[in-house]
Design a protein around this ligand. Structure first.
Ligand code: CDP
Length: 225
């Protein structure tokens, strides 16, 4: 059977990664969490400076010192930064605070974008992010764009953060989700926007299973066409 490239983009905390992982597992495809790569670069930048400051100039000059790789398959994927498993550290509120600033840098986007494009050379990949259907794989076979109300997204992320042991108030999570959307949509390089040929899904009132079924039916149609 021919293999596809599947791009899942959308607003912060719409469940893109959850859906992308399940699709990749079901299809036996590679899963790539492009957001984790931006988060890993942000973590590297914060570790470079004392007291968790961030110097974007120094970070931009040091990109060749950053090696990111994934292990563990679609379902239990772990992210490694220079050999260290940073999966849990990437969800730290401090990363949420700075990641959009880092992701707006052209040098960072081309550094990670090249790696992401290489991961799609053999097809059979599900990648989630902000610019996958627009910039990384404009030729993707299936493109989805997930949205939901800010309240629903912040509620889900707040719950996830608490379960992961990151203490944050609902108000803080809400403010961060809205701020990141705003920053990601207004940057000049590869802004967050729906590709003209992406299927847009508002997941506010849908269960995870309902969203998955919709994505999967669309993918199956493509595979049969
Ligand atoms: O999971 P969540 O939606 O909160 O975010 P993420 O997918 O982990 O992405 C974190 C941040 O990385 C986003 O807010 C963007 O600033 C940036 N990002 C990006 O610019 N381009 C991508 N393809 C993926 C993420």
């Amino acid at each position: 059977m021919n293999k596809l490239i599947i791009a899942i983009d959308g607003l912060a905390s719409t469940g893109k990664s959850t859906q992308a992982k399940r699709l990749a597992k079901t299809l036996n495809y590679i899963y790539v969490d492009s957001g984790a790569m931006y988060r890993a670069v942000t973590l590297f930048g914060l570790k470079q400076q004392p007291e968790g400051r961030l110097d974007l100039g120094v970070l931009t000059q040091s990109l060749d010192q950053i090696k990111i790789h994934f292990e563990g398959g679609a379902e239990a994927q772990q992210t490694f930064l220079n050999g260290e498993n940073v999966t849990s550290a990437l969800r730290d509120p401090k990363i949420n605070e700075y990641v959009s600033e880092v992701a707006a840098l052209e040098a960072v986007r081309s550094f990670l974008g090249e790696q992401q494009k290489r991961m799609g050379t053999d097809k059979g990949v599900v990648m989630d992010g902000r610019d996958i259907g627009t910039v990384i794989f404009p030729q993707a076979d299936c493109k989805f764009f997930l949205t939901a109300s800010a309240e629903v997204r912040a509620q889900r992320r707040h719950q996830e953060q608490l379960e992961a042991g990151h203490e944050e108030s609902f108000e803080e999570v809400f403010a961060n989700v809205v701020a990141r959307d705003q920053q990601d949509s207004s940057r000049t390089v590869a802004p967050l926007e729906k590709a003209h040929d992406a299927v847009e899904i508002d997941v506010s009132e849908m269960t995870l299973d309902e969203v998955f079924d919709l994505l999967y039916v669309t993918v199956l149609k493509k595979l049969k066409s």
